[in-house]
Design a protein around this ligand. Structure first.
Ligand SMILES: [Zn+2]
Ligand SMILES: [Zn+2]
Length: 431
């Protein structure tokens, strides 16, 4: 998960979600019962794998050891394994006994630079590098799913691809894997992934389309002028006017994000239809082509994102700077995550049918956070869903606040991930 701003705001609101996340009743359904039994059997070994990866974290582009461990594990399961795709990217291929659909599961594997001391007793042995975005957990879960589904090979109709992606944090890995022919090697009809979040362990969550109001930059280039100060103030105010959150809105009270009614998982979510402007992040720069003024914004949805530039152009067109504007563009700082609506609806329905509605949350709002995930680069190629998965345990003081120095997870979430997402893949293959 890439992160730009406002990261700590999440912590508070996810506290409130704990109240709506009791464990559901498992439905006793043959293959899903087998999945849960098998997950239970391998759980301790998956925790060991996670802790090993945690001890030896590797930042994007250097995931040699991590990649080797993944390859060894997949080969030990008997899977066909392709390595060194877009750097240290790996694909494991599991052919079911019968022909059918092709489904891919993606896990990111890289760690992050961090000098803060580790909070667990299996601390990082690589100085200045830590798994504080949970990709060690993601990797262990993906290996667990591969193990569980391999045991179900005789019952599987179709093919499952396990994609282990390097370099997520630097936004390079997804593109690198595709540039290196990922979708020539595999041709999935659906693609899934998840990320650990501060939700309570035991839960997963998703929504259609945007999951993050990722950071965008607006660049407005004007003819060179003597009156830069006035132009800068004018443009800054026009960008600020795009903000679409009432100043007295409860939006800014982050505790409301976890509110069961108006929070992001609430049916009356107020975290929709908003645009926020980073008030402390404007710049002016002389370029070869003119004077460029930039500002940073986050949008909850496509409509507001798409209307930002036309609105600015119209306002500037009606001003004394009408003939000075040379270029106006919205630049992706991060790619925009965009979940397939049909797949979100079906996935949440299938999973809540098996694991209970209180473990499978439908989000109604978008986190006002500025971050994203380079999984977004895969999404235009294959219909896909990116899930949030809870990693916190508030009673134990474990808060899975990604990128925070105190990031930790309740390792029971590994079980949740393997169970729910193995079941999901089995159900998706059937359709
Ligand atoms: Zn991440
Ligand atoms: Zn991250």
């Amino acid at each position: 998960m890439m992160l730009k701003n406002l990261s700590n705001t999440l912590t508070v609101f996810f506290f409130v979600l704990v109240s709506i996340a009791a464990f559901g009743q498992n439905v006793d359904k043959d293959i899903h019962t087998d999945i849960q039994k098998h997950t239970e059997e391998i759980f301790d070994s998956l925790v060991e794998i996670r802790r090993d990866l945690h001890r030896y974290p590797e930042v994007g582009g250097t995931e040699q050891r991590t990649s080797q461990k993944i390859t060894e594990y997949l080969k030990s399961l008997g899977l066909e394994v392709k390595t060194n795709i877009g750097g240290y990217g790996i694909v494991g291929i599991l052919e079911g006994a019968k022909p059918g659909k092709k489904i891919a599961w993606r896990a990111d594997i890289d760690a992050m630079p961090s000098k803060a001391p580790d909070v667990v007793d299996f601390e990082s042995k690589h100085e200045g590098v830590r798994h504080i975005c949970g990709h060690d957990v993601h990797t262990a879960i993906a290996l667990g799913i591969a193990n569980v589904l391999t045991a179900q090979q005789e019952n599987l109709e179709g093919t499952v691809y396990f994609v282990f992606q390097p370099s997520e944090e630097n936004i390079k890995g997804a593109l690198a894997m595709m540039d290196d022919g990922l979708f020539d090697i595999i041709d999935p009809e659906e693609l899934y992934a998840m990320h650990v979040t501060p939700f309570p362990a035991g839960t997963i969550a998703a929504k259609a389309e945007e999951m993050f109001s990722d950071y965008k930059r607006i660049d407005l280039t004007f003819k060179k002028t003597e009156k830069e100060v006035a132009l800068f103030e004018f443009v800054k105010n026009k960008i600020l006017s795009l903000e679409n959150v009432a100043s007295d809105s409860k939006f800014w009270n982050m505790q409301n994000m976890g509110d069961p009614e108006i929070g992001i998982a609430g049916p009356k979510s107020i975290y929709n239809n908003y645009t926020t402007v980073d008030k402390n992040n404007f710049s002016i720069k002389e370029t070869e082509n003119g004077t460029r003024i930039s500002g940073y914004l986050s949008f909850s949805d496509k409509q507001q994102r798409d209307s930002a530039i036309p609105r600015l152009k119209m306002q500037i067109g009606q001003s004394r700077y009408a003939n000075e504007l040379l270029k106006a563009e919205l630049v992706n700082v991060f790619p925009t995550l965009d979940n397939n609506k049909g797949l979100v609806d079906e996935s949440l329905e299938q999973l809540s049918g098996i694991y209970g509605k209180n473990r499978v949350l439908r989000l109604h709002g978008v986190v006002a956070d500025g971050r994203s995930d380079d999984f977004a680069f895969f999404q235009p190629k294959v219909p896909s869903v990116y899930f949030f998965m809870g990693g916190s345990n508030y009673e134990k003081g474990i808060i899975a606040q990604t990128h925070s120095p105190n990031f930790a997870v309740d390792e029971s979430c590994i079980k949740t991930g393997v169970n729910l997402f193995s079941s999901l893949i089995v159900e998706r293959l059937k359709r």
